[in-house]
Design a protein around this ligand. Structure first.
Ligand code: F6P
Length: 408
């Protein structure tokens, strides 16, 4: 491979997304690519000709080590939906003109199911244009809702963070001799994988979370209030994990039951926020119990000081595998992880057609949720546990983790 390649990051960041960037960069360089460009703010930035030569920003092995430990998207991100090709072919012509000008032979996009829509459309247009440019998707999302893959890079670290802080919140929650309730709101949009990770908090040194509510099961507010009252009468302190995406039977998100400012992104996703606060206020008002709402919010996807080494390693591997596949002629595909052994845990990579992955949301199977919808099964815990194993310590400078950032 003598030509140039380009890589972009898209959608919500994770704490290991830069390990995939390093995987693309290093593998492309090792396999003889010319320049490795980085789009700034994904495809949206590329349309505005915003890109960098990554060699100018990753200059040493130390930079690579720092980048792996740097949370969020090094190159910036976007939530930008390309139009349908038939509706606006000019956008595609514009993108391909830029790619041809830069002598790009392979294009890599690190993202979730919405971002894979970009790879799908660009690879479809490449066929129409008879372009030789290869388009490959590199999976990432803390939500773990990508189809056809055992799990997504980014999920394991977010799960590790969630289970860890849950243990700490539970310790804190148990201090008083009067009832208290803590409701922790966890990301994941319409899939409950992340919220389910709170079940990993329970163990010989921790009582565990009392209730877990995932968006896969309609949320019954009356049944919830009844359950909370019963538990509070019995045990005092309660810790509850709720997904940001839980909905009542009529399809409204729980946070929509209160006054809220609605923000909708380019993919039509509402900003999900306020579920824990709504429920905490309701409990406080109706049951008179001291209740606290905690939104883990962005903390769960940028906690680079608490990543899973398994996750960091796999994030690197999927980046590398995408480069290898493109250089061997693949296009219009996404690298996926296949769990080939449970004990010991072993995952390999393969490639799947992007048309089967773009815009598809993979939910938690109902058999992994208890019948009453208030907890998750041991099988689900067993599925998550290998993904949170081992650590990659931050490089500390002056008492704080050191990161790498693009200097423009
Ligand atoms: O898709 C990942 C994710 O972190 C979701 O869990 C969450 O709902 C969403 O992104 C939030 O996105 P933003 O940061 O754009 O509000």
């Amino acid at each position: 491979m003598r030509g140039n390649v380009i890589v972009g990051q898209s959608g919500g960041p994770t704490s290991v997304i830069n390990s995939s960037l390093v995987g693309v960069y290093k593998t492309a360089k090792d396999r003889g690519a010319g320049k490795v460009y980085g789009m700034l703010h994904g495809i949206k930035g590329l349309l505005d000709r915003q890109y960098v030569d990554l060699s100018e920003h990753i200059q040493s092995d130390l930079d690579i080590d720092l980048l792996k430990r740097t949370p969020s998207s090094f190159l910036g991100s976007c939530r930008y939906k390309l139009p349908e090709i038939r509706d606006n072919i000019e956008v595609y012509e514009q993108i391909f003109e830029i790619l041809e000008e830069l002598e790009i032979e392979a294009f890599f996009y690190i993202g979730g199911n919405d971002s894979m829509d970009t790879i799908k459309k660009l690879s479809d247009y490449a066929v129409l244009r008879s372009s030789e440019i290869k388009f490959m998707g590199v999976p990432k999302t803390i939500d773990n809702d990508l189809a056809m893959t055992d799990h997504t890079p980014g999920y394991g670290s977010a799960a590790k963070y969630i289970a860890s802080v849950m243990k700490e919140i539970i310790r804190d929650g148990l201090v008083y001799d009067y009832p208290t309730i803590t409701i922790v709101e966890i990301m994941g949009r319409n899939a409950g994988w992340l919220t389910a990770a709170s079940a990993l908090a329970g163990g010989e040194d921790c009582e565990g979370v009392d209730l877990i509510y995932l968006p896969e099961v309609p949320f019954d507010i009356d049944a919830f209030m009844k359950k909370v009252k019963e538990l509070a009468d019995k045990q005092g302190a309660i810790v509850i994990a709720v997904s940001e995406g839980i909905k009542v039977a009529d399809g409204r998100y729980v946070f929509e039951l209160t006054d809220h400012v609605e923000f909708v992104d380019a993919f039509g996703h509402k900003q999900l926020q306020g579920t824990a606060k709504f429920l905490a206020d309701k409990i406080g008002a109706e049951l008179g119990i001291k209740t606290r709402a905690i939104e883990l919010s962005t903390l769960q996807r940028c906690a680079a000081h608490m990543t899973s080494r398994v996750d960091i390693t796999e994030a690197f591997q999927v980046g590398g595998a995408a480069v290898k596949a493109a250089f061997e002629g693949d296009t219009g595909k996404v690298v996926v992880l296949e769990r080939i052994s449970e004990d010991p845990y072993i995952c390999t990579t393969s490639c799947q057609d992007v048309h089967k992955i773009a815009n598809v949301e993979k939910k938690v199977p109902l058999e992994w949720i208890t019948q009453d919808g208030t907890y998750v099964s041991e099988e689900l815990v067993h599925y998550i546990r290998p993904l949170i194993q081992a650590e990659l310590s931050p490089m500390m400078v002056d008492g704080l983790p050191r990161h790498l950032r693009v200097r423009l």
